[in-house]
Design a protein around this ligand. Structure first.
Ligand SMILES: Nc1ncnc2c1ncn2[C@@H]1O[C@H](COP(=O)(O)OP(=O)(O)OP(=O)(O)O)[C@@H](O)[C@H]1O
Ligand SMILES: [Mg+2]
Length: 261
């Protein structure tokens, strides 16, 4: 970081205690389509925040911004007080190490065993020894109920099993933040519960901060500290799950919930 930066401009000093993620006035456009419109919100360390809202309201775009898969047009995004855009390459890499993401479509490496899928990034990115990475991968496979599937390739696993490997793979990097984007929506209905149980366990037993996009409202109600309701790139209401699901303040939220519940 350059030394001529003034304290009031230093993102570290903008951070309130316990705050892990902060979006300030973030706008994202694709052409003339404004998909995030001057968005402000922050997430405290260890909290579980669920993003709900209609298709196209910008939920995935927020997770992609945090993964630095896309850039904002305006506004400031910080993780642990460190600004993401613009930022030196090294700072972006350091921030990215703190964040794990699980996608709707698993995205496992098809030519690698479950175990190798999990050990690859710790070895290549974190420089962990292969032995240590494998020991940790076996623990994680056990945690997600797949201790017997170490050697299986993705094509030999069910969708639910593949998604549990993908969750283990994200956890292997010991992220502070886990981003989950509709991780059960590509699964056959009977496989959904197993994956949600694994996530409930992680929410209950770890201090990982979770940002979760889901249409599974019972799950959201169980794990969330806060629910953010999106519409057209803005948060139209937010609050604890009991309030959002039982007494939403906005008609739009009520309408959305009656369509998905
Ligand atoms: N790469 C892109 N190029 C152009 N437009 C995009 C791109 N990615 C997203 N969009 C648009 O941005 C808007 C928000 O998309 P986003 O994927 O964030 O929505 P979402 O809330 O996750 O929706 P869903 O619930 O259907 O997943 C949509 O109008 C989408 O068409
Ligand atoms: Mg989406």
């Amino acid at each position: 970081m350059s030394t001529d930066i003034q304290p009031e401009n230093n993102p570290v000093d903008r951070q309130s205690p316990g705050e892990l993620i902060r979006l300030e006035n973030v706008t994202k456009r694709f052409g003339t389509n404004t998909v995030l419109d001057r968005l402000d919100f922050s997430v405290q360390a260890g909290k579980h925040v669920t993003l709900i809202g209609p298709s196209g309201s910008g939920k995935t775009t927020i997770l992609r911004l945090l993964m630095t898969l896309t850039e904002p047009d305006e506004g400031i995004i910080t993780v642990e007080g460190q600004q993401l855009f613009p930022a030196p390459e090294k700072q972006v890499r350091e921030i990215r190490k703190q964040i794990g993401m699980v996608f709707q479509q698993f995205n496992l490496f098809p030519n690698m065993s479950a175990l190798r899928n999990i050990t690859e990034a710790p070895v290549t990115v974190l420089g962990m020894s292969r032995d240590e990475a494998e020991a940790r991968a076996r623990e994680l496979l056990d945690l997600v109920g797949l201790a017997d599937k170490c050697d299986a390739r993705p094509s030999q696993l069910s969708g639910g099993q593949q998604q549990r490997v993908a969750i283990a793979r994200a956890l292997a990097m010991r992220p502070k933040v886990l981003l989950l984007d509709e991780v059960t929506s590509a699964l056959d209905p009977e496989l959904v519960a197993g994956v949600l149980d694994v996530l409930r366990d992680i929410a209950r037993t770890t201090d990982i901060t979770m940002l979760c996009v889901t249409h599974e409202m019972n799950f959201a109600r169980d794990i969330s500290d806060q629910v953010l309701m999106f519409d057209s790139g803005r948060i139209i209401e937010s609050g604890p799950p009991e309030q959002i699901f039982s007494e939403p303040a906005k008609d739009r939220t009520r309408e959305f919930l009656s369509a998905v519940l």
